[in-house]
Ligand binder design. Sequence first.
Ligand SMILES: [Fe+2]
Ligand SMILES: [Fe+2]
Length: 446
Amino acid sequence: MIDCEMYQPVAPPEMERRHLEFRQALRLPKTLHSIYAMVRQDFETAVLDEYLWSFWGFHHLQADLHYRARPWQKVQLRAIEPEDVAGLGLWEMGLMLNMAMEDEEPIPEYSYQSGEGFRFLLPTLARYMGKHQEQARFAAENGLQWCEGAWCAEERRHSNTLARIIERLMKKPPRRDNPNKPMVVTATEEDALRHLISRQTTEWNASSSYIVMAAHATGHLHSLIRNLERDEVKHLCIISAASAYLLGPRPWRRFLDLVRKGLGNFTNQKKSRSGGDAFGTNPITAIEGIAAHLLTEYYLRKWLKTVPLRTLKLVFETPSSLPELGASVLSPERQTEMDAALNRGREKRLALDRWEPETRLQAAQQRQFEASQNLATAQIIAVDLGGFQGCETPGTEQDKDLRKRIRRGEYGSDRVLQNSLIDHLRDFQIRHNHHVLALASCGSPP
Ligand SMILES: [Fe+2]
Ligand SMILES: [Fe+2]
């Protein structure tokens, strides 16, 4: 196809842009309200609980398709028309979609970054997101599917979907000769931790920018962008929870790491993406983008604070029940080195070695208390709290009432005991999330 038949993002003349921005500014309160409503809905505690538990489901309940890839809401692509873009210049929606498509495209490279980068840091996460060096080599030599992880299954549908939306809106297919070249990530501690921040930033940016796009979309276009956005929220939730497990609760340091990385990405995108020079020049879109980023961070952080260490350990540390992926054979010496690195990684995680001394001490005290009071706590939960039955869904009246009673000291005045009971409640809720409850009510026990 010749170039003029392909879509390329181009900004309209200055006067026209200013006029579009003025109209977008008039609609700003409505747009911000719709951003807020979407974040409240998609970052609800029950939703994020289900996403986190789906990581465990991927490793242990593969027969359930829900755990292999998040189901999408059905959408008619052919019903999408330019009129579905609301309160934003069509050219700018095209630009944002095209930049997102270029970002989304190199999934095999990203999956290699994570499979290799996280192989010692957190092997279950590496398996969820990709393949390490030897597995990737084996797959390439044997012509096997590149990546079987749930992350890949969800990500690989994004760039094609975006390309098809662009074609519907701009009436031309986008160019697919992608200028995006991901960096190589090794499995060293330094690279792995840098990659952990980088992935959280990418999932945060993706979630927030799809929320902004969805706020300017109606009908099937809105629903389709929400499908993409919810996949990204799921990834953000899982990777942020993994980061909290590995590095401990460090909300402000995490936020600063993400903002620093995000600003670097922004500058890089302006330089390297098609039409990137026009990206970030509209102050109204910038306000919408910042609002989406802050709201998503706020609600994610609020949820993350409630996820107990016991649940994080269970979700991320339980060895996967999946069959081992094929991998090229290593020399015995190299295999011994790899096994030693895996063991070192596990010991470091279990000792909370990367946590701040203060939070590590708090976690150790909580653990010590729970170990010594295990029987007494179990008895309170079973007898006085009825095994938390009826409190499966966070935010319900029963849930709020039970928390109040715990905090009022009805089951013990010791603060550590109260924290422990709340932790057990959250652990119970995460394991009995909406999806699990729905399965149980259909007669198939979780
Ligand atoms: Fe994506
Ligand atoms: Fe993602």
